[in-house]
Ligand binder design. Structure first.
Ligand code: PMP
Ligand code: GLN
Length: 414
């Protein structure tokens, strides 16, 4: 073994290399060859820290969630809930998740057989993909897509088939024809993300029904990432695809407490679905982390009984979305108004920036702000990548005074 083994060569020994290629983690090294890069979120947060720019890149709130939830976690630590919890998650949290699905969506869920607590939505998604797809299977996602989705499809060895969301005056919309054309006899799983990161789209009943039709025709499983389920604005409402006729039997719903309660670092997530599918996910999950977050699980069980704080968060985020969208538009960006999530997509082409990745790298110098280029959420060179090449994602989950300062700075760009 050489003194400093080459990480690229080491990574080539696992499926990791394909993951890196598919997601831009493996980048051309200026000195020649390839180097392993951090995720775009880590890279851009480091850029913000280095330059002192306002970080509107990585999506995390700059204030903590409700004090009663933090107090519940502290009380759980003091009460000695610090050893391994049960593999499925503690009963009170599984019951709270089932009650939440019933209360909000009318879904009947058995807390013992149909709920699995995971290390954030991330582990639920990873375990589901590793359990349910294999080489030769095709997985359809929307494009742009959250980076972890593409990475875990690659880790599972399956083939990623992205379908475009396109900017329209009514937000980003699913190309239903492209979805039908993308489906094949090899389509094993359709990975939905609704409300959608990075576009802020909230899928309509018609779009969800189009996905359901394809899933039924191809006998595909639907895996749906609904971590922004409570962050919908204006007249948009979240409709879980599992509520559509016949869909509960073939749908795994993944969500987490991070976004809903503003504790993104706690990583308490869950997977809900038919017992056989949840059992398949558990089979993998037990060998990833086994369990995690013992004292946070009872705290989130209490949080889930409270519908008031997510409603207040959505109301406040809608106002902050308006502030940032108006500021970006005044600065000269073409803004596609989001109806959900933490994020807005802004196109810098009209300001003379045809390359969003270049703009994102220069933005700390130009305006003291950091954003994430949309190309990081696209397959390199795809038609969607081309269409969104000049766009940057900004988050509005920051305090109002921070957003005001950011839009003042961005106004300099014009
Ligand atoms: N899915 C999407 C669409 C996300 O934006 C994120 C990041 N917050 C996750 C999953 C990961 O969620 P968690 O932090 O609960 O693992
Ligand atoms: N979900 C967050 C975002 O999209 C980032 C989470 C992460 O850094 N992996 O910005």
């Amino acid at each position: 073994m050489p003194a400093s083994p080459d990480p690229v060569a080491l990574a080539a020994r696992g499926p990791w290399r394909a993951v890196a290629r598919g997601t831009g983690l493996l980048a051309a090294d200026p000195a020649g060859g390839e180097r392993i890069a951090p995720t775009i979120f880590a890279e851009m947060s480091a850029l913000a820290a280095r330059t002192g720019a306002i970080n509107l890149g990585q999506g995390f709130p700059d204030v903590d969630g409700p004090a009663f939830i933090a107090d519940a976690a502290i009380a759980a630590i003091r009460a000695g809930r610090n050893q391994y919890p049960p593999g499925d998650g503690i009963a009170e949290l599984r019951q709270a998740v089932a009650a939440h699905q019933a209360r909000h969506y009318g879904l009947a869920v058995d807390p013992d057989a149909e709920v699995l607590v995971t290390t954030g939505a991330s582990e639920g998604l990873a375990a589901a993909l590793l359990a349910l797809v294999e080489p030769g299977d095709e997985v359809i996602t929307l494009e742009p897509f959250y980076d972890l989705h593409a990475a875990c499809i690659a880790l599972a060895g399956a083939t990623h088939v992205p379908v475009a969301l396109r900017p329209t005056p009514d937000g980003f919309r699913l190309d239903v024809e492209a979805l039908r054309a993308a489906a094949s006899a090899r389509t094993r799983l359709i990975l939905v993300n609704d409300p959608h990161n990075p576009t802020g789209a909230v899928l309509t009943a018609g779009e969800l029904e189009a996905i359901a039709v394809v899933a039924r025709e191809r006998d595909a499983i639907v895996l749906t990432d609904e971590v922004y389920e409570h962050l919908c604005y204006d007249d948009a409402t979240h409709l879980p695809i599992a509520t559509l006729p016949g869909m509960a039997d073939r749908t795994l719903t993944v969500s987490s407490s991070g976004k809903t309660f503003s504790f993104t670092g706690w990583k308490i997530g869950w997977v809900v679905g038919p017992a056989a599918l949840v059992t398949a996910v558990r089979t993998v999950k037990q060998f990833l982390t086994y369990v995690s977050g013992a004292p946070f699980q009872p705290a989130i069980a209490q949080a889930l009984a409270d519908d008031q704080s997510p409603r207040e968060l959505a109301r406040s985020l809608a106002a902050r979305r308006d502030l940032l969208c108006d500021g970006l538009a005044a600065a000269g960006f073409a803004v596609t108004r989001p109806r959900g999530t933490y994020f807005v997509v802004a196109d810098g082409a009209g300001l003379g920036f045809p390359d969003g990745a270049d703009l994102a790298r220069r933005l700390p110098d130009l305006a003291g702000v950091v954003g994430i280029p949309l190309t990081a959420f696209c397959r390199p060179g795809s038609p969607t990548w081309q269409a969104l090449r000049s766009s940057v994602r900004f988050t509005f989950v920051k305090r109002e005074e921070v957003l005001r300062e950011a839009v003042t700075r961005l106004a300099r760009l014009g």
